[in-house]
Design a protein around this ligand. Sequence first.
Ligand SMILES: *[C@@H]1O[C@H](CO)[C@@H](O)[C@H](O)[C@H]1NC(C)=O
Length: 438
Amino acid sequence: MIAGIIKLLLATSPCSAFYLPNLRHANIAIARSFSSTVSFSYVTHDVCTRLCSQSDDNDDVAAQDVRLFLTQRSIQSFMFLLASTRDLHTVWWLDNFVQPITINNYWEDDVDSKPGAAGTFRENDKRIGSKLLNYHGLSALNTTIFPAWDSFFMSLLEQPDAVLKISTPKDVGQRAYSKFDIEIEPARLCTRILSVREQIAREMSGDLKAIANMGQMIFNSYWQNAKDRKNTKQTGTSGVSAGKNKEESSPYGFDRPGTMYINFDPTDDDEFAPSPLRKGNFDLLYNLITQTAVVQMLQNEEGVVVGEDEIQNRASQLFLSKFYLERRITHFIGSQWYGKGDDFIEELIMSSPIMMSRNEGRLGRKDGIDLEISRMPPLVVEPMRIAEQILLRRDKLALEWMGIMQFAPSEHTDIRKLQLSRLTGVAPAKVIMEDEFQ
Ligand SMILES: *[C@@H]1O[C@H](CO)[C@@H](O)[C@H](O)[C@H]1NC(C)=O
């Protein structure tokens, strides 16, 4: 791992801003933490044990498996396709089958504000009651029901064919088609969702290639902005109006490569039409990979390496676990707004460095105050350097995930075989379901 980081560092050009000017930065850090009273109420040891060890019940802190995420987005994109052909009944059936977990899914209150919703659905589409269709968030699949990426397809193939008996309620008015049947054939649904999954995997492979370079871009942009801010300040004090730099007056960390990327989607020019929910897929992938990078750094005892000082590394890791836990709900759980992955990094980059005594840094040790250690210079936890580590890890992770995405179609072989034998074999008895909508 460490060797990997060093290799990556060497791979970036030597004059690149990605490698932080160590000493200068540390001086600024100390000066800043003297001028403001920053209190670092460090994480209790309990929290760290929960995060740093691979216990059984760390489901709540772990990030979603990327293959499972791909399955989730395939189902959602397929639902979107169905909805756009007005086949809302199949959407309803799928939603019932998946039993999604959609925390904070507020779309029913405020449809317009949800990405992808505008202009697609009529007002009374709400009656379809699909929770999954408009959910923009991670971990919608219940891992008890669908533990692995292919569990959904396996159990879909075990479902009997179904006939939905649709009847329009009397108060809506009788029409020529007020009673009709919809056939649901799980094996056919399976084929179509697998195709969507392959398309999304292809797109995500390209996305991940782009993400693998975004850590570098973020750092270049951050240092450029820091320089610009300094220049603006100087011209300001010398009485020159900084009017043309107005847009730089509000502090921000960096130009967001994620946002730029989805606005200039390279696949727009492709001969293939992009998959539905294309931008949502990218945004969530970006969020998930950021979260996974952080979680990996917390789960490994030597996950955060900001320097040679082991105590400082440990203190940095504790800082990160606190920072992450505080933002887990707002940035990674349930329905989310766009750009949360960049939000997280930006908030970390922009937070103030923190000074703490070495005894504080030796958390979890019960041997009391060590006088030798008390005489040593205080520790400085630099969020900036932690962010750098996250981005390096994320860049590397992106390359790993690219491999997973490229391999996705060959992983479908087994399911396709099952699905064929289902289509050609004897099907289980049909079930009839009654439903009451148009
Ligand atoms: C996931 O599924 C299991 C089994 O059906 C159920 O008991 C559990 O409540 C579900 N979890 C959530 C969060 O809905």
